[in-house]
Design a protein around this ligand. Structure first.
Ligand code: PNS
Length: 161
């Protein structure tokens, strides 16, 4: 039983994230999506909202589990008994940060393997940060996120919650 932990802020969960989850679900017995509690960030969605939205987006993929974690990623790896960490590599510009994070994690936990997967080329330019910025500036953002995420964002923007 091979489990991979896919950590991230997922604020919001985009079609690029979903693409990666779908791909990983075919390679691993279980994909654990770990939503990070990051006290330093001021997210658009609360942790529970992000978890619930991701669960809804991935409900058709049976071997996906959504959890949250606080603190170090290496502690989450141990807690969830994951065999590896999954991260998406969209462009060369992601590489430096991702390499540093993977090696830092491995220096703290020698058994920590990080696996990188490339999302579909037609989603590889999408970032949660830019999607939020576009949404906040009244641009069209719906095509970059799953439909239920778009609806939830629309409600946030309209001040519904
Ligand atoms: O989606 P993001 O914001 O790029 O995800 C970054 C995340 C949550 C994977 C990263 O910040 C992380 O692992 N945070 C947990 C704290 C930690 O372990 N920090 C040391 C990393 S070397």
């Amino acid at each position: 039983m091979k489990k991979v932990l896919y950590p991230g802020s997922f604020d919001p969960f985009t079609i690029g994230h979903f693409d990666l989850v779908e791909r990983a679900s075919k390679l691993f017995d279980e994909v654990i999506i770990g939503v990070a509690i990051n006290p330093g960030k001021n997210p658009m969605f609360t942790l529970t909202e992000r978890e619930n939205l991701i669960r809804e987006c991935c409900k058709e993929i049976p071997n996906v589990k959504v959890v949250s974690f606080e603190g170090l990623l290496i502690d989450a790896i141990t807690a969830f008994k994951a065999d590896a960490v999954l991260r998406g590599l969209r462009a060369f510009s992601d590489f430096e940060y991702e390499l540093q994070m993977a090696l830092m994690n491995r220096s703290m936990l020698a058994s920590c393997e990080t696996i990188f997967m490339m999302p579909n080329a037609n989603t590889s330019f999408i970032s949660s940060h830019m999607v939020k910025e576009i949404a906040n500036l009244n641009g069209s953002f719906e095509q970059y996120v799953p439909q239920i995420v778009a609806e939830a964002m629309r409600k946030k923007l309209n001040g519904a919650n």
